[in-house]
Design a protein around this ligand. Sequence first.
Ligand code: GLC
Length: 749
Amino acid sequence: MKRHIPFYSVALIALLLASVKMEAQNLRLREDNIPEILQALTLEEKASLVVGGGMKSMMAGTLGEKGVLVPGAGGTIRPIERLGIPSVVLSDGPAGVRIEPKRKRDKGKTFFATAFPSGTLLASTWNEEIVTKVGQDLGNEALEYGIDVMLGPGMNLHRNPLNGRNFEYYSEDPVVTGKIAAAMIRGMQSNGVGACAKHYALNSQEACRNGNDARADERTIRELYLKGFEIAVKEAAPWTIMSSYNRVNGVWAQSNHWLLTDILRDEWGFDGIVMSDWTGKRNTAEQVAAGNDLMEPGYKSQKKEIIRKVKSGELSEADLDVCVERILRLIVKTPRFKGYVYSDAPNLEAHAMTARSAAAEGIVLLKNDGSLPLRGVKRIALFGNTGYKTVAGGTGSGNVHAPYVVNISEALAATGFHLDADLENAYQVYLKKKTKKGGFLSQMLGKSLPKEMEIPDALIRPDNADAALFVIGRQAGEGLDRHIEDDFLLTASEKAHLEKVQAAFHAQGKPVIVILNTGGAMETASWDSLCDALVALWQPGEEGASALADILSGAVNPSGKLTMTFPLDYMDIPSSSHFPYDYKGSSSMNTMKKYKDKGRENIDFTEFAEGLNVEYRYFCTSGKPVAYPFGFGLSYTTFSYDSLEASRAEDGTVKVSLRVTNTGDVAGKEVVQVYVNDPAPSFFKPELELKAFAKTSLLAPGASEVLEMSIAPYILASFNESTSAWEIPARMNILAGASSGDIRLTIEL
Ligand code: GLC
């Protein structure tokens, strides 16, 4: 019998469908309805959320800006308009916002961003407060330029000084790395924008970075390469983490469940999202399943793979939902979701002052026979290309389009010094000829520095100057590691020039001061006897040269200290032969399927055979001498330490305090490092391990300050591989030092 559905129930169903549709139309993402949104999303939409919007915003300067929210930004998360889900804009980099400085659609306006000092210099301040201030200003520029998440800080360990990206990382020590990164993240995120702790993990070389398999034992991984990220996660809760290009013990970091879920989430309690580094298509389904929530920059083929594999059952939709839910939780935190109306006009002048004061605190005085601060010096002979075209920052994604960069020559003149005009003119003419304009790629991968100008003997004229300033410039960047010849070592011409300048100026009893405008450590022992003072300027940001002039003139007393060792010889470094120091290729030749170095040591895979013996942990244990030790830095004054005390609280936290006194005759700041040593280790431990540090305020001559530090158990503990457990010895020595080679006080805890 034919059953007729009564008219009214048809109407009811139609009404219901309409209301559901209405409801769906009205269903918009809110902070409190994420589960509902998750239910409403189609598989296609879920795949669209976990795969980024592609590189178009990054290429906007070259390909045109149509439909791009922020031209030059590194990437996006795609919007789902139907449910009121906005896009999210991600931008590089660790030293400042990197977006297109000019836009076709905004003819008269510029979009410059402050070039803050690079990571190495920020860490060399050992001053969490000033790093937080830099983070605040950098994060404010992100907010005002419409960025939701900054792709920084870069915080991989300086395993080996030749790693091309060390300039944007912090230190060879995980506690310095973690504390400085946490300070930066707190600063950035105080603006309500996200930070991105990168590159997680063991991304310790640029050669073959997209394919390299970093092979290390679990204890080394946990105590050295993850500890910095652990501190950053536990002390600053970054909104995002970037998984790195490389493999870790054979498993891609981007689909490494042990790293991304077992450790990062289950052990550390990380509750943000993990985004991949800017990789091509790779085992996308495994990435989702491992807890890599977002694939950047994002390719359509990745979306298709996710949809196909959910439908085929190879990828569980539940795993996909976990990633989507985390991404939704990120989106509701972003300024764009909150409808923040950004100005496109951050206060660059104020931020430039922050960049200058941070640079002043991170410049390291390595040698000083008394020539500094310059007294009775009016005329300076300035040698070196980067004295006139100073390197403010590194290249690659860490590049920043600054409104200006103060060159050392300009800063000296602005401070009242008179430069040898003929010398200056020779350099300016030379540099004008040599400096090439570059397009997008040269912006990204950096214009390599022009060859050092040959200095005519006629321009080495001590009678025209009271002092010589000799600048050594180095450029480092993404995609390439540094080399020993002509990089870690002086070039033959630099050495010859320095010898000539030294002979001429010393013949008239005039000082020679060498400035290192570099991204990291160099070999110095073979030539630093030629100079009377040696200053590490690093890549100091747009105002770094002004800070240098403040230090040379004595207006500022240097207080920076090394966060990485300067060895006597590259081959002294424990990882020296387990690093591609002789590789001439670059990172671009190694998407696995086509690269030709398969099976090649230090390229296809790198053995972290040195284990825990990274830099000072090795040098302090072996007693092998170094040029300048980890933690070293001079001041124009001196400090004494006394009253060291240490106690263990109920929860295992170790409290340390000591008093520092300025025993010299000029005001200054002192960085104190606290190391531990296990007098009776039941398994191998390095002789010294840094566990805390603090910096005094500016102490007047004779003034004292009591510094108090605390060491959390998770930082104090060592990982015992035989028990797979973290252990803290009952007895340990607490050592307070001015550097790892200058221990002042020791007590037993
Ligand atoms: C690059 C870098 C990463 C950067 C990203 C976006 O390859 O490894 O640090 O944030 O891609 O530019």
